[in-house]
Write a protein that binds this ligand. Structure first.
Ligand SMILES: NC(=O)c1ccc[n+]([C@@H]2O[C@H](COP(=O)([O-])OP(=O)(O)OC[C@H]3O[C@@H](n4cnc5c(N)ncnc54)[C@H](O)[C@@H]3O)[C@@H](O)[C@H]2O)c1
Ligand SMILES: N[C@@H](CCC=O)C(=O)O
Length: 516
């Protein structure tokens, strides 16, 4: 087998690639507004209650109408997954890994189609959508290989003892509940789901109600790739209603959650309570929010730093857990970096992502739009707006990339996760002061440092409290297998998705010692 290599991004300067992408987008447009069922075992279920998925670039356009699960269907799904565990966990891990490789190959063939769905349902510009589709392929190629390696490791790493044969097998746990966010509705959902499956677990997947169509497309693809229908159930529905029901269920063995801090903390607590009929400690793997900072030192390459800050702050309109929302700049270069970032933010064209020249798209829905505009209002009292500062008009949830100068490190815009295109600047007296401000946060997901000072790089490596630290580059865009991803503190359990230790979270190692 070829060693794992990350999927290359599409070169849209290549005319035939560009044309293939356009055809896929036209094709996807012809499918908008359809009805979709949910999946429980080999049944597809249509419900009266519907989730309407709407295009954030055009709130008059329905992407799909999706069946809405309730507690009765959630019970059926978990019972189905529980019954299927014995069979699926007994399938050889080579065959399970093969299912992931087949799914990756199919996704590679259909990558433009999936990216087009991401554009219309999640509001991603083409390059962001293409990057996400590549990441979903990567997760499957990587976890498939990781599972094969984990199996070998069980025997290789034990100390030999004469007269005995010892082996360690990494076994699946049981039924996993996969609760996914809307902002990487393909890659994160694919990564969490396939990691659990390849490790021998069966799953109930609850996608975000804002992006259910892409989840349906992905689960269909998994099933075509050979994952048995009973091993993966898909239950779109309310988080409060069915997400909680599934988390609290006695047959649930683990919860793999990616989403906000508040919901994550709640599910963490719920999963730690034993309920009647429960015979194990539930595992909770939770990747939560961020309030990520970029530090610019006095001797940094200022143009490189400004480009990195703006890309990290406004890529996907700041709707990444890794997005830079705090720029902490040495006082000697503060004015220059602030000015350049404000210019770059103003240059970004905001609009419908189906216009390939648009720099950034909408925010996800009305509630996010109102919340972010509320923060912009607060920003006007907590700092000084130097770019953006308002909605951008149109029939989508468009907000202008907004830069706020002179924010206090303890202010709301410097402490709370806004999850939108709002970047706050604060001045640091020196590098130590910058690190102190950066660490003054409940979160600890990503961070960057722009500096040419070796001592300061080492100091940041020792003391910047983040799971993913980047030097002289942006703080978004982790690549599977290259930059294992996960945060410290209230950013989560630091599970390091796309890293060599991730699959162990979904297995239990069993030692067998045989006297010869
Ligand atoms: N650390 C990471 O790797 C990472 C990656 C992506 C997103 N995020 C974070 O996710 C958040 C954005 O995503 P979101 O808005 O979908 O988050 P969210 O917490 O609102 O929702 C996440 C999922 O949980 C479900 N849910 C909501 N309330 C629930 C409840 N009471 N019980 C059970 N399930 C419930 C939702 O339906 C959704 O499927 C941001 O905070 C972002 O930083 C983190
Ligand atoms: N892994 C992604 C962020 C995922 C969260 O939203 C990145 O590295 O930018």
């Amino acid at each position: 087998m070829m060693p794992y290599r990350p999927e290359p991004f599409t070169d849209f300067n290549n005319e035939s690639e560009e044309n293939r992408f356009k055809q896929a987008l036209v094709q996807v447009r012809t499918q908008l507004g359809r009805d979709y069922p949910l999946f429980i075992g080999n049944k597809t279920v249509e419900t009266k209650r519907r989730i309407l998925s709407v295009n954030p670039s055009n709130f008059n356009q329905v992407i799909g109408s999706v069946s809405h699960a309730d507690a009765v269907l959630a019970e059926q799904a978990i019972q189905t997954a529980y019954s299927a565990f014995a069979t699926w966990s007994g399938v050889s891990l080579e065959s399970r890994a093969d299912c992931l490789f087949r799914a990756a190959a199919e996704l590679r063939r259909r990558k433009h189609e999936f990216s087009a769905w991401l554009m219309v349902e999640a509001g991603k510009v083409r390059t962001e959508a293409d990057g996400e589709t590549a990441e979903a392929i990567d997760f499957m190629e990587y976890y498939g290989r990781q599972m094969l390696q984990l199996a070998q490791r069980g025997e290789r790493e034990l100390i030999g003892m004469s007269g005995e044969r010892n082996r360690l097998d990494y076994l699946g746990l049981g039924v996993g509940i996969i609760i996914a966010p809307w902002n990487f509705p393909l890659a994160i959902l694919a990564g969490m789901t396939t990691a659990a499956l390849v490790a021998g677990n069966t799953v109930v997947v609850k996608p975000s109600s804002l992006t259910p169509v892409i989840a349906i497309k992905f689960v269909e693809l998994l099933r075509h790739a050979g994952i048995p229908t009973e091993a993966v159930q898909l239950l779109p529905g309310s988080g409060k209603e069915i997400g909680q029901y599934l988390t609290a269920h006695p047959l649930t063995r683990f919860i793999s959650f990616t989403g906000s801090k508040d919901v994550g903390l709640h599910l963490h607590e719920l999963s730690s309570r034993q309920v009647s009929g429960q015979r194990w400690l539930k595992r909770f793997v939770g990747e939560l929010g961020g309030k990520d900072a970029i530090i610019v030192d006095r001797d940094a390459d200022l143009e490189q730093a400004a480009q990195g800050i703006v890309a990290s702050a406004f890529g996907y309109s700041g709707q990444k857990c890794s997005a830079c929302s705090r720029a902490i700049v040495h006082r000697d270069v503060y004015d220059a970096v602030l000015k350049r970032c404000s210019e770059l933010a103003d240059e970004l064209k905001v609009g419908d992502v189906q216009d390939f020249y648009c720099g950034t798209g909408p925010v996800i829905n009305q509630s996010a739009y109102e919340s972010i505009l509320g923060y912009i209002h607060i920003a006007k009292t907590e700092g000084r707006i130097t770019a953006g500062g308002s909605a951008a008009g149109g029939d989508g949830w468009f907000i202008r990339p907004t830069v706020v100068a002179d924010a206090d490190p303890g202010s709301r815009i410097m402490q709370e996760e806004i999850f939108g295109p709002l970047l706050a600047f604060t001045k640091a007296d020196d590098f130590e002061d910058a690190l102190r401000i950066a660490n003054f946060s409940d979160y600890g997901l990503t961070g960057s440092v722009y500096t040419h000072n070796r001592k300061n790089i080492e100091r940041a490596r020792d003391t910047f409290a983040v799971g993913n630290l980047y030097i002289n580059r942006k703080c978004t865009g982790a690549i599977v297998g290259v930059h294992p991803f996960g945060g410290f503190n209230l950013s989560g359990t630091d599970s390091k998705a796309g890293g060599p230790d991730y699959l162990q979270l979904f297995t239990q190692p069993k030692l067998t010692s045989e006297r010869l």
